[in-house]
Design a protein around this ligand. Structure first.
Ligand SMILES: [Mg+2]
Length: 362
């Protein structure tokens, strides 16, 4: 068996309403890069990544120029080999994003193809643990008024979630505290709350914020400081105030290993699109397991549901604001706080390309 054809398409998908995070500012759209890999029997697998707008074409270009030539005519089932060769081909400009995004799109397509060839869903191929996956809604944003914030939380509860995340990082901590207070009072007792500061604070600000926020009993406080200040993470965690979540901005296995090694994280939440795909995500999940840490996820929930369903140390699946629900058959649904990994072969995601094509860039 060999890879006979690889097709790359890039889309700019508008968000139904703008969202804001401290680190990125206001976001009105995201780019979606879709990679379809065919074998010589015309079986195919689909991989995709989502990224901030105006970056998709650069990532697609890495796949087209650097990866397609080294993948054609090779056995698509040798995923570790292809991962190693893609890394090697781009390591000088890469060792992380955006190369990791490009590798991820290919890696997911190869895993999807493998699942389809084996007629098994990814979550069983990757280990098979529990297809019921704990989920939380991560779509409550910094630019929303308190009223809109609470309406969004109510909508998430109506949608079946029992855990909700809100963003922090307003100009003054007093504003964040007011929003947290309103949310805590709004949510029923049995609903869990997380918060995400999206790298908003310096260490001294974070130390102060942790003291003030501790009383809200958050499940976690995510990315309080810059993602690569590993010593800072270790210090904040040593205070023992609030569990810390991080991982979405780590682009290599080595970076994740460094954060774990300094005891800088409680809830590890890598993103397969930012760290190089399913292959490294599963290694991160095992690394977390060895270190007695839970594994969560960031972004692309319809892919991550398979990964968390395969892990004995699975914790929360994030339902991200960048959703592709309207472009796929059977988007995930949530019931009483859980969603279910599908039993279809591969990842089981079928795109409506006719609908998606209105947003095509290349
Ligand atoms: Mg985050």
């Amino acid at each position: 068996m060999e890879i006979s054809r690889i097709e790359i398409k890039t889309y700019k998908v508008p968000l139904s309403e703008p969202v804001e995070a401290f680190a990125a500012g206001v976001m009105k759209a995201f780019d979606l890069v879709v990679c379809q890999i065919f074998n010589d029997n015309n079986d195919s697998g689909i991989g995709y990544i989502s990224v901030h707008e105006n970056q998709g074409l650069a990532i697609a270009s890495i796949i087209k120029n650097s990866f397609i030539p080294i993948l054609l005519k090779k056995d698509p089932r040798l995923i570790e080999l292809h991962w190693k060769n893609m890394w090697k081909a781009t390591h000088y400009a890469g060792r992380g994003a955006p190369v990791s995004f490009a590798i991820a799109a290919v890696d997911v397509a190869l895993w999807d193809l493998k699942g389809k060839l084996l007629k098994e869903p990814l979550w069983r191929i990757l280990g098979g643990h529990d297809k019921n996956v704990l989920a939380y809604a991560g779509n409550i944003d910094l630019n929303f008024t308190i009223e809109k914030l609470l309406d969004g939380a109510s909508q998430s509860l109506d949608d079946g979630f029992r855990s909700i995340k809100m963003r922090l990082g307003k100009e003054f901590l007093s504003e964040d505290l007011k929003r947290l207070d309103a949310m805590k009072n709004h949510l029923p007792e049995n609903v869990k709350l997380m918060a995400d500061a999206n790298e908003a604070w310096r260490i001294d600000q974070a130390v102060h914020a942790f003291k003030e926020i501790e009383k809200f009993n958050l499940v976690w406080l995510e990315e309080p400081i810059k993602p690569d200040d590993f010593n800072g993470y270790a210090y904040l965690r040593s205070l023992g105030k609030i569990p810390i979540a991080a991982g979405e901005n780590l682009h290599t296995l080595a970076e994740v290993n460094n954060l774990i090694s300094v005891n800088g994280v409680d809830f590890l939440e890598p993103d397969l699109t930012t760290c190089g795909g399913i292959t490294p995500f599963m290694k991160i999940a095992k690394l977390a397991e060895i270190n007695n840490l839970p594994i969560c996820s960031h972004g692309v929930h319809e892919l991550h549901v398979h990964l968390l369903a395969s892990c004995p140390n699975a914790s929360y699946l994030e339902f991200h604001a960048w959703r592709i629900d309207e472009f796929i058959e059977s988007p995930l649904i949530v019931n009483n706080g859980y969603t279910i990994a599908p039993d279809l072969p591969g990842h089981g995601i079928n795109f409506d390309f006719d609908k998606l094509n209105q947003y095509i860039l290349d």
